[in-house]
Design a protein around this ligand. Structure first.
Ligand code: NAD
Length: 370
């Protein structure tokens, strides 16, 4: 199969969908890899490294799209890429269709085979191609929050770990899932007194067993959150209600109960945010202040650490991509229920029910296209 990897053109996107080591693996399986010139630059991988791995460097991105039977990307195609998508071509990337009707319609019209990273699903309902990015965002949340706690950046001027004789910072993490646990790991590792809140008692029980001694668990409800507001230095928003907007656990009125310079990091911002006052920000301008409370609400946090993010992402996508190339998309999906869950749109038909329902479009069972 011919695999094509175009350079990401979305603003601030420096990740790449395939590493040189991945290109080598495709080659060893008898496939041809075409990468756009400079494809790995943003993540620190040179054209020479891809060449050494047996990939062909192509100057013209149109040629990559034209010749490839499977395109591997990181972000969803953006408007200027729509004309490149073609009938029968597999596109393996993050799509997030429900967020964008125009993209959904363009993919339907193109007749391509859209396999979305974000809906590949294991039997235990976990989402293996989303987890590494939640791990990155979670770990970054505590790191970024610590930075903005510094006085010159608007924070209270509190050191995460304190020093002997001086107490550490107090960090509240709302949501004890992948993002929450990774945030708590870094916050507590820096010495902060850390509290994780969740509504899932078995999860809290598990976290109570495995986390460090300076991490406590607390059931998430309004009364418990309110009680903590006057004493916390940082709050990390890491809740997820699958398929729904994030609940506003901190309202505008509650900001008044916090001390000036408290830092809010809303990782859930990509689902609307779990603080009422959150609005998406970018790495160029990540924070703003309301009622003396610092808000950090970057919607694509992993984009700031493309080296780590690219390695984390490609570690988990490559095995599926190799299956798709070795067997062809139909057989690969028939053989693997996890990967089949990733199929959203194929040959002009929407085969993922939530996407069809979101836009009131016709839903077709995946079996009909396989
Ligand atoms: N901003 C970014 O760059 C970025 C990157 C990765 C993930 N995210 C987002 O971070 C969020 C969390 O992702 P995740 O992978 O940790 O999800 P997850 O499903 O692993 O965890 C979410 C947790 O929230 C808990 N929860 C639900 N309602 C709650 C409530 N009212 N109070 C407290 N806890 C509650 C759930 O029980 C669950 O344990 C998602 O919205 C995800 O899209 C953002």
């Amino acid at each position: 199969m011919i695999i094509g990897v175009p350079k990401e053109i979305k603003k601030h996107e420096n990740r790449v969908a395939l590493l040189p080591v991945g290109a080598l693996q495709f080659k060893r399986n008898g496939h041809i890899v075409l990468v756009e010139k400079g494809v790995g630059e943003g993540s620190g991988f040179s054209d020479q490294a891809y060449k050494d791995a047996g990939a062909t460097i192509i100057e013209d991105v149109e040629e990559v799209w034209k010749r490839a039977e499977m395109i591997m990307k990181v972000k969803e195609p953006i408007a200027e890429e729509y004309p490149h998508m073609k009938e029968g071509q597999v596109i393996f990337t993050y799509f997030h269709f429900a967020a964008e009707e125009k993209l959904t319609k363009a993919v339907v019209d193109s007749g391509c085979i859209a396999i979305a990273y974000e809906t590949v699903e294991k039997k235990d309902w976990s989402l293996p191609l989303l987890i590494p990015m939640s791990e990155v965002a979670g770990r970054m949340a505590a790191q970024e929050g610590a930075k903005y706690l510094e006085k010159p950046l608007g924070g209270r001027g509190v050191l995460m770990g304190g020093i002997p004789g001086v107490p550490p910072a107090k960090v509240l993490v709302l949501g004890g899932g992948i993002v929450g646990v990774n945030s708590a790991k870094i916050a507590s590792g820096m010495g902060a007194d850390t509290i994780i809140m969740d509504i899932n008692i078995p999860r809290l029980r598990y976290l109570d067993d495995v986390m460090e001694k300076n991490v406590r668990t607390l059931f998430s409800n309004e009364a418990n959150i309110r009680r903590l507001l006057p004493s916390v230095d940082m709050i990390i928003g890491a809740v997820l209600k699958p398929g729904a907007k994030a609940p506003h656990l901190i309202t505008r009125e509650m900001l008044k109960e916090m001390r000036a310079g408290t830092v809010l990091v809303d990782v859930s911002i990509d689902q609307g945010g779990c603080f009422e006052t959150s609005k998406p920000t970018t790495h160029d301008d990540p924070v703003y202040i309301i009622d003396d409370v610092v808000h950090y609400c970057v919607a694509n946090m992993p984009g700031a650490v493309p080296y780590t993010s690219t390695l984390g992402l490609t570690n988990v996508t490559l095995p599926y991509a190799i299956q798709l190339a070795n067997k062809g998309w139909k057989q690969a999906l028939r053989d693997d229920d996890e990967l089949l869950k990733g199929l959203n749109i194929a040959l002009g038909k929407i085969v993922y029910k939530d996407v069809a329902d979101t836009f009131g479009l016709k839903y077709t069972q995946a079996g009909e296209v396989l």
